[in-house]
Design a protein around this ligand. Structure first.
Ligand SMILES: NC(=O)c1ccc[n+]([C@@H]2O[C@H](COP(=O)([O-])OP(=O)(O)OC[C@H]3O[C@@H](n4cnc5c(N)ncnc54)[C@H](OP(=O)(O)O)[C@@H]3O)[C@@H](O)[C@H]2O)c1
Length: 290
């Protein structure tokens, strides 16, 4: 029997690669979206799209019915707590309708001592909701995604925002998506919290240097303190930057955890280096219609 997996947040930057990988691996993939027409246009006819909102449990009942699994990929912008509410509502309904696995995109720095930051607290509480739901879960505490890098390029500048005192194990979304999909066919991945780390450890500056060298050779790397970035975001009414600033402030003090051995052994280690990813990024943007 072909299993159906619901992807909540399947239109997201990190949800879409997971949805596409699940489909490629032979699953039927249903997407929950607040904007079903937009989701269908973005993802295509191979996906079943259902209208829903994690804040409306009645919409989750229909979306989860007949599903063997559900993947949670939520981001609420300024509404950090969305992830907690989403995880609580989805896991409650998932348990009721007999879902057999919940997977969740959490974060590499999630732990109790970092819960002073609202984004981490929401993820920590979301993880806890899954862990008490009675539905077998797989939680992914991911390191820094390469997909974020192009957000830092603004015209001829690549902004290095805030200090990043420790290097990251840069991860490509395609590697991550393969690991999430594999978790569904791996019984030993049930009830596990995995740390997902890419194959190379690089500082933010080194990563920007490699990415820009390949994808934006004319861009100059410019350091922007959090203070300066706050002023620019305010004056320029840059809501996206404003929403991201508390996270950059957080990055100045925390370290992402790196215990990838178990995930790598069970799900296959990530192999994409930043250089490989940057070259693919360039090819992808050249083949996209302008
Ligand atoms: N480690 C890293 O480097 C890194 C980087 C980026 C993100 N992340 C994490 O990855 C996760 C996802 O991020 P992303 O970049 O993929 O997010 P994103 O591109 O902003 O997408 C957010 C998704 O959430 C869905 N959503 C928002 N509100 C919803 C609601 N009320 N009900 C149902 N769906 C809702 C949206 O679906 P619709 O709009 O279609 O409804 C959308 O698909 C977050 O937990 C984030 O913290 C980690």
């Amino acid at each position: 029997m072909t299993h159906t997996i619901l992807v909540v947040g399947g239109t997201g930057m990190l949800g879409e690669p997971v949805a596409r990988r699940l489909l490629a691996d032979g699953y039927l993939v249903r997407i929950l979206s607040r904007s079903p027409e937009k989701a269908q246009a973005r993802l295509g006819a191979e996906f079943e799209i259902v209208k829903g909102d994690v804040d409306e449990p009645s919409s989750l009942e229909a979306a989860l019915s007949g599903c063997q699994g559900v993947h949670l990929n939520l981001q609420g912008g300024f509404d950090y707590d969305l992830e907690r509410r989403g995880a609580e509502n989805v896991s409650r309904v998932a348990s009721r309708v007999g879902v057999q696995r919940i997977t969740y995109t959490s974060g590499g720095s999630v732990c109790e001592e970092n819960c002073w930051y609202a984004g981490t607290r929401a993820k920590f509480q979301a993880e806890a909701a899954l862990q008490v739901s009675g539905v077998p879960y797989t939680i992914f505490r991911d390191n820094y995604f390469m997909e974020t890098l192009h957000n830092f390029v603004q015209g001829k500048m690549a902004l290095h925002i805030g200090r990043h005192p420790t290097p990251y194990s840069w991860l490509a979304a395609n590697d991550y998506a393969r690991m999430v999909s594999k978790a569904y066919s791996t019984p030993a991945a049930a009830n596990k919290v995995f740390y997902i780390c890419g194959p190379e450890v690089l500082t933010m500056r080194q990563a920007l240097h490699i990415f820009c060298g390949i994808a934006h050779p004319k861009a100059r790397i410019v350091y922007l303190s959090i203070r300066m970035a706050t002023i620019i975001a305010k004056l320029g009414k840059r809501r996206e930057l404003q929403a991201a600033l508390p996270f950059f402030r957080y990055c100045e003090t925390v370290k992402f955890s790196e215990y990838p051995a178990e995930a790598n052994a069970l799900l296959g280690a990530p192999t994409t280096t930043l250089e490989m990813w940057s070259r693919r990024h360039v090819q992808g943007s050249q083949s996209r219609p302008q």
